[in-house]
Design a protein around this ligand. Sequence first.
Ligand code: DP6
Length: 417
Amino acid sequence: MAADSSWVRIVTAQTPTNIAVIKYWGKRDETLILPVNDSISITLDPSHLCTTTTVAVSPSFDQDRMWLNGKEISLSGGRYQNCLREIRARACEVEDKEKGIKIAKKDWEKLHVHAASYNNFPTAAGLASSAAGFACLVFALAKLMNAKESNSELSAIARQGSGSACRSLFGGFVKWVMGKAENGSDSLAVQLVDDKHWDDLVIIIAVVSSRQKETSSTSGMRESVETSLLLHHRAKEIVPKRIMQMEEAIKDRNFESFSQLTCADSNQFHAVCLDTCPPIFYMNDTSHRIISLVEKWNRAEGTPQVAYTFDAGPNAVLIARNRKAATQLLKKLLFYFPPNSDADLDSFVLGDKSLIKDAGIETMKDVEALQPPPEINNTQTFRGDVSYFICTRPGRGPVLLSDESQALLSPENGLPK
Ligand code: DP6
């Protein structure tokens, strides 16, 4: 180490969120976070949904510390401790001649780190913030510590923070291979195809208003493993076949098969929740209305235009086969779920705003003038039941941000800016 202890080394990374199209639900090992089945996800464009994390190391730090969206959080939990221990074990020598920093491999055991993390979307909205968060922390620390591991190997560490986090180490379509080893070494993520492979797809997320505090994924899946017979049947008999079919559908860009598998798997995951004792309800009336809307439209068209999937909460993730289908979908959604009168369009439709322009909607007046979709006789609307929409698409994996102005920690003292 350099004799002078005032140096601070910092690294900033950005990592996307992901949405599963074949769900992970149930662990065979709670501590190592090993799943009962493989899962497949789409990585979402980080320009609309991502976590940025800056990590720092300095001999002047006297403990590991972390800030999430500006507030200090405790790192004493087992999941953080496991990630920190695993990544430290892979740290290598670092030399930065310009700054006069030299860290030997063994120095990392004594050095403390700081981390600051920020989500570009509301953490409370239930949009897989822990997935992007742990993936980003592990990725950034790996770069800080000059670890030589591949993203797949890093995914096995992020997995120990939160299962779904392992799939955020890659862009495009990603498979989390459940693995067989007892120590979890082969339970990791692999990229199936990158984000360019199927770039026709457009994704609209409906953030559904809800007053209810949901059961966390961690405790929900524990209860399902203990009480749901359907979960075990699903993991053993259904998912293995579905994974093969889904990989095929993705490779061939077969939207019909993709959409059928995605919707069926989301519905089966929620059926497992209902089969849990006591039953868990993640979807609400708004979620059910969105499912009906999509099902009716797909049937009226004769071929599927949109797939839906729901995680452990009421938000809908809608995957449209192309831009044309996505603009039509957005119009239908805005007709049924217009914003409360005080909302402005700009804060009601977030993300890729060009989609709303393509739909010919410029102002709230245009929203109010929308006509009911022809395939549905019911013209009742549900004002305010969707808090906002996010328009996005499949996106890339983690990246390093070299521009120091994007760092969340000061390069002078390693504290939040
Ligand atoms: C419904 O990864 O949040 O989103 O591993 O306990 O942290 P832990 O759970 P988490 O579970 C995600 C479940 C899901 C489906 C999925 O992402 O595959």
